[in-house]
Ligand binder design. Structure first.
Ligand SMILES: Nc1nc2c(ncn2[C@@H]2O[C@H](COP(=O)(O)OP(=O)(O)OP(=O)(O)O)[C@@H](O)[C@H]2O)c(=O)[nH]1
Ligand SMILES: [Mg+2]
Length: 231
């Protein structure tokens, strides 16, 4: 079992998040995109494998991490994705991956989505414009691909082999949507599991905190829907 964390200038939040990862996780890979703060040094001193990706972008960072896991050491059976900002609780990783490693008669899941749920009536970090964009994209996804997902959450786990077979290539913000659509079309069993989602514990937002970037995220999502539909 491995955890992949894309991180950009997260020196205040990342150490908190790394401390919360359970000891049974075999590998923790932090993918840096040229952070100018202490992110890399702190990740190394916490024992994470740190890899660098020169091209900025959430998807580019994830792809770099996948390549590292496939080529260095023993590839994991299950891979979880976790943001560095502390908004999701790594203490719940066992619950997240449970459907992927379940023994017994029932079908094993191929992808588990940690659907973001409020903590004490407050859903951290999902600002109104991001929530609206999310809803629109999820409605269009239902229309075009026939499944109504509850969310496009960053906290998720997937069979590593299945993920490799999806041939992911999104290099920015279409990553989560592309994975869900491709998993659906590949016939993976997808489980949506509620997970408490809080505000980032420290540091600055790289994505939804900025309206300008959120608009670009929305456009990228729409392009992803078109591209995947034509594929
Ligand atoms: N390597 C890398 N990591 C990134 C990049 N953009 C964002 N991240 C990381 O991706 C995760 C999600 O980014 P956030 O800034 O939390 O985005 P958000 O959740 O929309 O915004 P918040 O409301 O602040 O939580 C964090 O761990 C970031 O450090 C990037 O270009 N490269
Ligand atoms: Mg965040």
């Amino acid at each position: 079992m491995a955890v992949l964390i894309p991180a950009l200038d997260e020196e205040d939040a990342l150490p908190v998040q790394l401390r919360r990862i359970p000891g049974w996780v075999d590998r923790v890979v932090v993918v840096d995109n040229g952070s100018t703060d202490g992110t890399v040094a702190l990740a190394r001193s916490a024992g994470a494998e740190v890899v660098h990706e020169a091209e900025r972008g959430y998807g580019a960072a994830c792809l770099r991490g996948l390549r590292h896991l496939a080529n260095q050491g023993r590839p994991p059976e299950v891979l979880a994705f976790l943001d560095a900002d502390g908004s999701d609780d790594p203490g719940l990783l066992a619950d997240l991956v449970a459907p992927l490693v379940a023994e017994g008669a029932g079908a094993r899941a191929g992808l588990v989505l940690g659907v973001r749920q409020s903590v004490g009536g407050h859903v951290g970090t999902i600002l109104p414009h991001a929530r609206f964009g999310n809803r629109l994209v999820l409605s269009l996804t239902a229309l075009l691909f026939g499944r109504r997902f509850a969310d496009l959450p960053p906290f998720r786990a997937i069979s590593f082999q299945a993920l490799q077979s999806l041939e992911m290539d999104d290099r920015t913000w279409g990553w989560t949507l592309q994975m869900q659509i491709r998993a659906l079309r590949a016939g993976l069993a997808i489980v949506e599991q509620g997970m408490p989602h809080a505000d980032r514990v420290a540091g600055e937002s790289k994505i939804s905190g900025s309206l300008g970037i959120s608009v670009r995220v929305g456009l990228k999502m729409l392009w992803t829907l078109i591209r995947e539909r034509l594929r």
